[in-house]
Design a protein around this ligand. Structure first.
Ligand code: AMP
Length: 270
């Protein structure tokens, strides 16, 4: 309803979908939306359909009061916080699946995850009717899938992807970082450190994707508390694995630090 009024008034809508528990990564998306658009809409919804049964849905951090204040200070005009039954009333039956792209990397490790993401984002797009939606490079596969979905389903929405915001020591900001103990927080640095070494290797001429992956693996395995979920070098459009790093290549990884699954990535472009 609000979106319809805004459209009638020819106001542009920028949209930032989130699961809340804000950090500077979220805030950079909100600030950019506010900077470029008339109205910045932020949603907070911890979407059960993108969690498997054995994952952290119940313990996912939530603090609506804190988020409201942070979003307001970052320039959000509207905070949309739907309930579970608003989004999925009894008898809910419709799903969106981006075939292929949703089945590799995090989709391989978390079956059904991106079906949940694509479904909720489609619903949020239908409600908010944004002109531009903002996503973070931190979830690289997610933004690639959303771009493909928008194209395939003729959604008239621009998808903008903003750089990963990091802590001073390089750890990618994530709501899940709060699960880490002090020791794990130190171990978690290996994700970014390994990616930086990969970037340096490509800069100095290495093109063999297997060697790059092995190098990353070696760095991460030095931390006894780290367990690799996956490390892959893939084409940024198809997400197909590459043997050689010649074009734009996404190196993405997921690593368990203790019980906490963290992801990070970099784009290599020799
Ligand atoms: P989430 O609340 O984790 O679902 O994330 C909401 C949005 O914020 C997604 O588009 C994420 O990619 C983005 N995001 C999460 N962490 C970061 C980060 N460290 N830097 C930039 N964007 C991020």
């Amino acid at each position: 309803m609000l979106s319809k009024i805004l459209k009638k008034e020819a106001k542009t809508i920028g949209f930032v979908p989130t699961m809340g528990y804000f950090h500077d990564g979220h805030l950079s998306l909100i600030k950019t939306a506010k900077q470029h658009m008339d109205v910045a809409v932020v949603s907070i919804f911890v979407n059960p359909k993108q969690f498997s049964h054995n994952e952290d849905l119940d313990k996912y951090p939530r603090d609506l009061k804190r988020d409201e204040e942070m979003a307001r200070l970052a320039g959000a005009d509207v905070l949309f916080h739907p309930s579970l039954s608003d989004m999925y009333p009894d008898g809910y039956a419709t799903y969106v699946n981006v075939e292929g792209l949703a089945d590799t990397l995090c989709g391989g490790a978390r079956p059904g995850h991106f079906k949940g993401v694509a479904t909720v984002v489609t619903k949020l797009f239908g409600i908010v009717k944004p002109d531009i939606a903002y996503f973070g490079q931190k979830d690289a596969q997610q933004s690639i899938i959303i771009k493909k979905m928008v194209q395939d389903l003729n959604m008239d929405i621009d998808i903008k992807v903003l750089p990963t915001v990091r802590e001073k020591d390089g750890l990618a900001m994530s709501s899940r970082n709060m699960y880490l103990s002090e020791k794990e927080r130190k171990d978690a640095l290996c994700l970014n450190q390994a990616l930086i070494k990969a970037e340096a290797a490509v800069k100095s001429g290495e093109r063999d994707a297997v060697k790059i992956i092995k190098m990353i693996e070696g760095i991460i395995k030095e931390r006894p508390g780290a367990k690799i979920d996956y490390i892959e070098a893939v084409d940024t459009k198809t997400l197909n694995p590459v043997d050689r790093i010649v074009g734009e290549t996404l190196v993405a990884l997921a690593v368990f630090i203790g019980n906490t699954r963290l992801i990070d990535n970099t784009i290599l472009n020799p």
